[in-house]
Design a protein around this ligand. Structure first.
Ligand code: XBP
Ligand code: MG
Length: 254
């Protein structure tokens, strides 16, 4: 029986990558006087590396070693990432990026229906502050488990963060559903045995999402119907708890 919903953050709760994280990285490069700009296409390529610190390290060691600043890379990456996280918080704190369609509606309905809520994300914990703010004054307390960033040894597509959340909830994968936006996130959730609903973004809509239970453009609202892209048949205009209970009982892609 469905007991909990586990949400990814970036791309799922809010479409944060292109206009949020990417902009923050670029402003951090500029503040450090580095001649680096991650345009939308390059950032989309770099997103296959999960984790901002890991993404910076990959960029300086594989993508553009010619732009690597002199000296030990680790402290440079740590300083750049800390600056980026500060800038990101200011960007989103100003309400720059809204929650995706259907997210707040579904979270509120899930609480009302007695479903437990959790977060399983690669992003830095501080990046959740603007999400809580967008959801409402006591939103953080709605989530029984919040697993973020370096709380697990390996980031997505490793299943570690989802296994961490299942352990914290004391539930089995069959009692939960995962919500993701990307192939890496889907692989992480599936690796933990979770049926997964994917809401794609411009960056992820062409990725391999065949292992998802259902792929949609967003969770929908009564006045903004979703579009089903692939997976099990789904004709409702929006994802609600009734639909999730039925989806969680479905065989296939589990
Ligand atoms: C997405 C990520 C994160 C963000 C950047 O996380 O891979 O690294 O791109 O955030 P998820 P940080 O989709 O799992 O929420 O710079 O804090 O890592
Ligand atoms: Mg994501």
């Amino acid at each position: 029986m469905l007991k909990a919903l586990i949400f990814d953050v970036d791309g799922t709760l809010a479409d944060t990558e292109r206009d949020g994280h990417r902009v923050a990285f670029n402003q951090a490069f500029a503040a450090e006087g580095l001649p680096i700009v991650w345009d939308e296409a390059l950032y989309g390529d770099l997103l296959f590396v999960t984790g901002g610190k890991e993404r910076l390290t990959y960029f300086f060691t594989h993508t553009r070693p010619d732009l690597r600043p002199p000296g030990d890379l680790l402290p440079i990456v740590q300083r750049l990432h800390a600056l980026k996280t500060k800038i990101y918080g200011q960007l989103l704190g100003a309400g720059a990026i809204p929650l995706r369609p259907g997210v707040l509606r579904l979270v509120r309905e899930a609480r009302a229906e007695g479903l437990r809520l959790a977060i399983a994300t690669t992003t830095t914990p501080e990046n959740l502050e603007p999400i809580w703010k967008a959801m409402g004054p006591d939103a953080r307390s709605w989530f029984q488990s919040v697993a973020a960033g370096d709380c697990v040894p390996a980031k997505k597509p490793s299943p570690d963060v989802y296994e961490y959340v299942l352990a914290e909830l004391g539930l089995t994968a069959d009692e939960c559903l995962a919500f993701e936006d990307s192939e890496n996130g889907l692989r992480a959730a599936r690796g933990a045995g979770l049926k997964t609903i994917v809401t794609v973004t411009d960056y992820t809509k062409a990725q391999n999402l065949t292992d998802a239970l259902l792929v949609v453009d967003h969770l929908g609202e009564p006045d903004r119907p979703l579009t089903r892209r692939s997976g099990v048949p789904f004709t409702s205009p929006y994802v609600d708890v009734r639909a999730l209970r039925a989806l969680s009982e479905m065989r296939g892609r589990e």
